[in-house]
Design a protein around this ligand. Structure first.
Ligand code: ZN
Length: 503
């Protein structure tokens, strides 16, 4: 019996590794599409990607995989703890992939393309009315998708689960309400503070070549393994790939160097997670990132907690000014740190600062939650959007386009439930950060000296190497002694911004 189980387990993980390998083939093709491909390659590439993702789907959803999962589950006791976790996670992926009827998969895929297509034009013209009919159809199909996945009476839970297993409308509402109470007045105080960042980067030209050279040196010094990854340029920055081959991309704005510098540190944070997963189980869920939120906790910790700190720049500002001496003339390290922590009422999420970023996420979460609960309808979106941004940020969009309700790509692609993971990442980062400080009292001094090995080792030990072995709350409990909560994150924000802005 036990040997049957072992054989089934071996076969199951073998098939999953093939599925995972097809996934990494497709991610190299996508990377190439965004970084290197000439424009006329689009159709050929679409065919290549469709074939590879079709093969991957077939691998994962075959009847045989279902049987192997059943066999492994029926005699769970014959498997070790890590193996049981692998079966649990493969089963989760299998369920999600097989629960949706083929007609719905196809209808969704068609509707996503149509909605995305009209979104681009509607956004350009700032015409929500043009977008609304297609979005309505997409929301209806997405409700059917939530029904197919199954839920406890709250369809939106089934959608959130895709990105952040274990998170629910109730738990997110509670955390986000706690955050609003602190962040809204804190942002108000910071914006009204007498301390003002003085910077005018747009007057000078920071060449892309120099920015790239600085970024390359920076990530290498921090600990990104260049033998197992690389940095390139693309229109939309991302991180893809895995152990042994992590691809980071960024874009350069020659009049706003901070965008690429922090963009690179952010993507590097994602990349360090991917470089830190366990080698032995590579290709199985045990070596896959736990969730979008935990992935984001890593990128945001490096970008904001470490990258935007005075300690960090005490180490790296001399190097930055050796590259951009003229461009940054007259700017002290303190000026630079204040400039890269500038807080303002902004309309656009991707340009928002660390402090107000969550408010942009919370309003999107609340809209999605209420939309899928039937409390509001698609036609209410512009009105509700403007009311919320007014309430949280004290600012009104001039139109529904790039600065308003149409700004993000997510809804047009049907990615409902994705937004909350950005803020889950911030919250998780706050909690991990606090524990890391307690475990390593000399951390600030290390950052100031440009020594990151111990920080990286701590993250490897407590987060990276576990992959999907534990649930998010179990991982957080093991790493920090408590389940995910907002307290540490909110005190970090209060301390950091009170000190920077002398509140
Ligand atoms: Zn990210």
């Amino acid at each position: 019996m036990a040997s049957d189980i072992r054989d089934s387990y071996q076969e199951l993980t073998k098939v999953f590794k093939q599925y995972s390998t097809l996934g990494s083939i497709s991610s190299v093709l996508q990377w190439d599409m965004q970084v290197n491909m000439p424009p006329k390659g689009a159709e050929k590439r679409a065919n290549e990607l469709a074939l590879v993702s079709g093969l991957a789907h077939e691998r994962l959803t075959s009847k045989r995989v279902g049987e192997l999962i059943e066999t492994c589950k029926s005699a769970n006791g014959a498997l070790g703890e890590a193996e049981r976790a692998n079966v649990r996670e493969i089963s989760r992926d299998y369920d999600r992939a097989t629960k949706v009827p083929q007609e719905l998969v196809e209808a969704l895929s068609r509707q996503r393309s149509l909605t995305h297509d009209v979104w681009g034009r509607a956004r350009e013209k700032a015409d929500f009315g043009m977008f609304a009919p297609e979005l309505e159809k997409l929301v209806e199909l997405t409700k059917q998708l939530a029904e197919a996945y199954g839920h406890d009476g709250t369809p939106y839970n089934a959608l959130i689960d895709e990105y952040e297993a274990g998170a629910t409308v109730a738990s997110l509402t509670k955390m986000f309400d706690e955050m609003k109470v602190v962040t809204v007045p804190l942002a108000e105080k910071v914006i009204n503070s007498k301390v003002k960042a003085k910077f005018a980067f747009e007057k000078n030209r920071f060449t892309a070549e120099k920015q790239k050279a600085f970024g390359e040196t920076l990530i290498e010094k921090i600990g990104f393994d260049k033998q197992g990854g690389r940095l390139d340029t693309s229109i939309h920055p991302f991180c893809s790939g895995g152990l042994g081959d992590v691809r980071l991309t960024t874009r350069y704005n020659e009049h706003a160097p901070q965008q690429a510098i922090f963009g690179i540190i952010h993507e590097m944070g994602h990349g360090l997670y991917e470089q830190g997963v366990a080698k032995e189980t590579y290709g199985t869920p045990l070596s896959e990132a736990l969730s979008y939120g935990i992935h984001e906790s890593q990128s945001r910790m490096w970008e904001n907690y470490i990258g935007r700190s005075l300690e960090f720049w005490k180490c790296f500002y001399p190097q930055l000014t050796s590259v951009f001496g003229n461009e940054l003339a007259g700017m002290s390290v303190e000026d630079w740190v204040l400039a890269v922590n500038h807080v303002e009422r902004s309309l656009v999420r991707v340009e928002a600062d660390e402090l107000t970023y969550d408010l942009h996420i919370i309003l999107r979460f609340e809209i999605e939650r209420d939309l899928f609960a039937g409390v509001i309808s698609v036609s209410d979106l512009p009105k509700v959007w403007n009311q919320k941004i007014e309430a949280y940020l004290g600012i009104t969009p001039p139109n529904d386009g790039k600065e308003g309700v149409l700004q993000d790509v997510h809804w047009s692609g049907g990615s409902f439930g994705y937004f909350p993971s950005y803020s889950v990442g911030n919250i998780a980062a706050g909690q991990l950060w606090k524990k890391m400080h307690a475990d390593m009292p000399t951390m600030s001094a290390k950052i100031e000296k440009g020594e990151f090995a111990d920080i990286l080792a701590w993250l490897r030990e407590h987060v990276h190497r576990h992959g999907r072995r534990y649930s998010r709350d179990d991982l957080m409990k093991m790493a920090t002694g408590k389940p995910l909560g907002t307290q540490d994150y909110l005190s970090y924000l209060e301390e950091k911004f009170s000190s920077l802005y002398q509140l």
